[in-house]
Ligand binder design. Structure first.
Ligand SMILES: O=C(O)CCC(=O)C(=O)O
Ligand SMILES: [Fe+2]
Length: 551
């Protein structure tokens, strides 16, 4: 890049070549030449804006390789709601689909096809405008920066969305009313969507034993949003999502997609592709309904895959309350704590900015919901370095298993602490000796530990101790701690290898070089003497680099 024009002045196809996306760039240039259409000028300049993400992308590894099964969502015919005999069955199907899938499709939904078609035509027209016009001008006088594209906070390709959208707040406080066709059809569609959503949410609320007035009172049309999405063809479709995996931060979403496949949702831990079904609308449960229903209705993770050749359009109507609305689980014990919608949105925004992804409802778990938790196994959490401060709220925690965590909290009710395979753990905090209910302590394969934690001798309830006997200059002290453990029944000492001068430390007589059983036995006797184990000891196992001896 030291010669030739600066990167930002290159056209998108040339930018791609510069980024090493060579064959796709040639294809794009070819299609440009073929079509001579203005469409490309209307595409957002993804390669210019996100060039650094492409430059630092891994050489291999993308989500294209994943084989994803196609499925048909449960389909509900809403015309049955007006038939006395069938209405109850229809409602049951809606409640079941929202609980089991979080997604379903509806037919005979009452939104005239004409309105949907007119909106689609206006949507296509709006997105066909030159990129600069879309980015610079307010959309139809609606408040806010409604035009969005890409993902401004993305720090890797995985966080980028190959998408442009008009995100339209339906608040009445919009700029001087425009009487454009587009604006009129948006008004018409959002009224119809609002009526449909109210009807569905009423049924879902009824399924929870509620009369639905809470949602009706808090989700007015003017707090909802309409989003017009366009997914431009993506030359690097295997590497970038159309829309990154997410859950919707609303009560309910009504989605109208075209016939280009792309939407996928997670079911049973696997991604499945939703087969487009013309004439149907897709309904999905959002985070707020999941919280309000106390987990009965599922806000399911979904994403849109980008397409190398085809553009894709969709329209989503998001049912949101005002930001002051408090969301509280309607059943007890509540899984989530009470929060306001404003607080929720702020937290989501903060997570996306700082972490690159939305954490969502798990941030709002009610602590009391884990009050009964007795066993916590974090042994497979490879990135966990520090226990969360909230761990103290687990007042009944008895058994804790860790592997990679280097900072421990003082958990006074703990009976069993197991740390296995934590090479970075160098010492335990002094407050460790406050865990006075501990009966078992196991610290295996923690190779940076040089001795027992100070104060272990105070834990007189300890019955089983295993681990960390790397004997150093403090070896004798290490063993002496054990002498006060008057209830010790089982002792396993591991990794007896390094030692300082044996003259300084009469109990630490074991050399790494010891591999002869006779010599080992002899040294063991000396260790036992240093240990002066309590008569309660029933099982003793000592291992060094080369030999294991059990008594
Ligand atoms: O375009 C789609 O099919 C899905 C859009 C979506 O999930 C969203 O806008 O939140
Ligand atoms: Fe969504």
């Amino acid at each position: 890049m030291s010669e030739g024009p600066p990167f930002c002045e290159l056209k998108e196809a040339e930018r791609m070549e510069a980024l090493g996306i060579v064959s796709e760039a040639q294809e794009l240039s070819q299609s440009l030449a073929d079509r001579r259409s203005t469409m490309i000028d209307s595409n957002p300049p993804f390669f210019a804006a996100y060039g650094s993400l492409f430059r630092s992308r891994p050489a291999a590894g993308n989500h294209e390789a994943e084989a994803v099964e196609e499925c048909d969502l449960p389909i509900v015919d809403l015309s049955r709601l007006s038939d006395e005999l069938q209405a109850e069955q229809c409602k049951r199907e809606i409640v079941t689909a929202a609980s089991a899938w979080g997604f379903f499709q509806i037919v005979n939904h009452g939104i005239p096809n004409g309105v949907l078609d007119r909106l689609r035509a206006e949507q296509v027209r709006a997105f066909r405008q030159p990129f600069k016009k879309k980015a610079d001008e307010k959309f139809l006088g609606f408040l806010g920066d409604s035009y969005r594209w890409g993902a401004p906070t993305a720090t890797s390709l995985k966080q980028l969305s190959w998408l442009e959208a008009y995100h339209i707040p339906l608040s009445s406080a919009t700029h001087p009313a425009t009487t454009s066709t587009c604006r009129c059809v948006i008004e018409e569609l959002s009224s119809a969507m609002s009526r449909l959503a109210d009807r569905l949410m009423g049924i879902l609320a009824e399924g929870l034993g509620s009369d639905g007035s809470y949602i009706k009172d808090n989700c007015k049309r003017n707090t909802c949003y309409l989003r017009l999405n366009r997914y431009p063809p993506c030359p690097v479709a295997g590497e970038v999502f159309g829309l990154v995996p997410h859950t919707d931060s609303d009560f309910l979403t009504v989605l109208c997609q075209d016939d280009v496949i792309g939407l996928q949702l997670k079911k049973g831990g696997r991604w499945i592709a939703v087969r487009p079904n013309p004439g149907t609308l897709i309904i999905n449960v959002g985070d707020l309904f999941q919280a309000w229903s106390n987990g009965l209705y599922k806000s399911v993770e979904h994403r849109v895959m980008s397409n190398p050749r085809l553009e894709r359009f969709s329209v989503a109507y998001f049912v949101c309350p005002s930001k002051e609305t408090m969301i509280e689980s309607s059943a007890r014990p509540a899984i989530y704590r009470k929060f306001s919608f404003g607080e929720y949105r702020q937290q989501v925004q903060q997570d996306v900015t700082l972490l690159g992804y939305k954490v969502g409802l798990t941030r709002f778990l009610a602590s009391c919901s884990l009050k009964k938790l007795q066993i916590l196994d974090l042994g497979h959490c490879k990135k966990l370095r520090k226990l969360p401060a909230q761990i103290h709220k687990l007042v009944n925690l008895k058994i804790l298993r860790l592997a990679y965590c280097t900072q421990l909290e003082r958990l006074v009710n703990l009976l069993v602490l197991e740390i296995e395979g934590c090479p970075r753990l160098q010492s335990l905090h002094d407050s460790f000796s406050d865990m006075e209910n501990l009966t078992e302590l196991k610290m295996m394969r923690c190779d940076s530990l040089t001795g027992m934690p100070r104060g272990v001798g105070k834990l007189s309830d300890l019955q089983k101790v295993a681990g960390w006997a790397a004997v150093d200059g403090h070896g004798s002290a290490t063993f002496q701690y054990l002498q006060t453990l008057i209830n010790l029944e089982e002792l396993r000492l591991q990794n007896l290898k390094s030692m300082s001068d044996p003259e300084d430390d009469p109990t630490a007589k074991l050399h790494e070089t010891v591999d002869d059983d006779v010599e080992m036995a002899f040294l063991l006797l000396q260790i036992l003497e240093g240990l002066r184990p309590n008569p309660t000891l029933e099982k003793l196992e000592i291992s060094c680099a080369t030999t294991t001896l059990s008594l």
